[in-house]
Design a protein around this ligand. Sequence first.
Ligand code: MLT
Ligand code: ZN
Length: 476
Amino acid sequence: MADAPSAVALQGTLASIVGENHVISDRDRLASYERDWTGRWEGRAGLAVRPASTDQVAAVMAACGAAGVDVVVQGGNTGLVGGATPMDDEIVLDTTRLDEVGEPDPASRQVTVGAGVTLEEVQTRARRDGLDFAVDLPARGQATIGGMVATNAGGALALRYGTTRSSVAGVEAVLPDGSVLSRLSGLLKDNAGYDLPSLLVGSEGTLAVLTRIRLALTRRPRRRAVALIGVDDLANASTLVATFRDGLGDALEAADFVDRQGLELVCARLHVRDPLPRPCGIYVVVQVADDEDPTARLAAVESEDWADVVAVGEDTQRCEALWAYRESVSEAVAAYDVPHKFDLSVPLSEVAPFADAARLAIEALDAEAKTVIYGHLGDGNLHVNVLGFRPADDRPARALAPLVAEHGGSISAEHGIGRQKRELLGSTRSAAEIDAMRAIKQALDPRGMLGRDRVLPAAPDPRDEQDEVRREGVSR
Ligand code: MLT
Ligand code: ZN
C-alpha cells in the first residue's frame, strides 16, 4: 500500500522554492501556528512554509497539490473560529512575508498591499497622506489584510463604511492548482464576466490563497470625538443609537456596546476604575468624526436621560481610553476562561429580545455559566461569549443557533464559519445555497486540499441518502 502523503517528505521541495530558513519543521517553532490566542482552537501542523511572493505561493500550492498534501492559510492568527488553525498535519502557508506596501494613488485613492501586511501598517501609511482604511478592529497590530479580506472582516466602523468587501478594489490570488488570478487594476467599472474577487472575499481561505489586495481608501475626517454612555438595558441602548443615527447621519462612525459583566472583566484586567459615576446595565461607545467640531455635533443630540452618565473625549488619548472599555473585552474574557464565542447578527429591532432569550437559554443549560454580550450595536452584531463550559461542549452553540434563526439573524456576522460553525451553516442558509457553495468549492478545489473541513458542513453520506430514498419509497 502506498504511504499516506506526508508534509515532511515535501520539506526539500518547499525549501527549494522559498529558501531553507522559511520552511519550519521544528516542533517548538510550529507551536505558535498550532493554537489560536484564545486557547479554544488547537491542532497539529506538518510544516509551516513562508513564501515571499505570488510566484512562490503558486509553486508551493502546485507542489502540495502534486504530493496530495493539504494546506491551511494563516496570517496574523487572530481569527476566532478555528479557520486558520492547522489540523491533521496540514501545511501552514504563512502569508506574513507578503509584506509589500505600495504607494497610495491620490487620484483613485487606492493602494496595493501584500496579503501579509497588518491593518495597522495600512492605517499608518494611508494616514500619512490624509487618507484612511475604513475598516478597524482591536486586533489591528496583528490582523493581516489577507485575513481580513478572506473573512470579510467587519469591525466598529462598518456602520459608516461597510465591511471589508466595500474597501476591496481588486485581488491577486493563487488557486489550489497553482494558477494565478490577478485583478489589481482597481477599475471602478469592470463588468467583464463573473466578479471573481467578490467571490474570494469572505471565502475564508477555502477557495484560493490571497497574495495581493488593491484597497480602496477613504478621506480621513480631520476631527473625532468619542462618548461612553451608560443606559439601563439593550432596549434603551438601541433607542439611543437610533437617535444618534437620525441626529448625526454620516458623522456617526461607530456605535458599539458592552454589558456590565464585560465591563467588570475589563476593569479587572486593565486595573482601571468604572468609567461612569454609577453602574449601568449597558455601556454604549459612539464615535463621531467630522472636519468641524465633533463635540458640538454630539451635544446637539444629547438627551437629559443620559446626561449624568456620560464621558466624552476628543483628544486621541482620551478617545483611546474610552474605547479601551469596549475594545479590551475580548482579551479580558479570554483571560478569565476559554470562551465559547458566538458572533452573530439580528435585525436592530431584535437585538434586545434576542439577547434576553440567549441569556435565558444559557442559564437553562447551566445556572452558574457567565454570559457576556458586547458588539457593534449599530449593525445588530452581537458577540455572545459564554464562559464556564468545557471547550468541546457543543450545547451552548446548539442552544443559540436556533434562536438566531428565530430572530431572523445570521450565525456569523463578521468572524466567519471556519471549523466552529460548519455544522450550523444550515440553520441560517438554505440547502440550495449550500449546494451552490459546494459546487463552487468542487470547481476550484476538486481535491479539497485548501482549508479542508472548514466553512461547508460535512457532505451527507451517500448511504444515508439511499436509505432515505428507500424509506420514502416504502412510505409512499
Ligand atoms: C470585537 O468586536 O471585539 C471582535 O470582533 C473580537 C471579539 O468578538 O471578541
Ligand atoms: Zn467585533
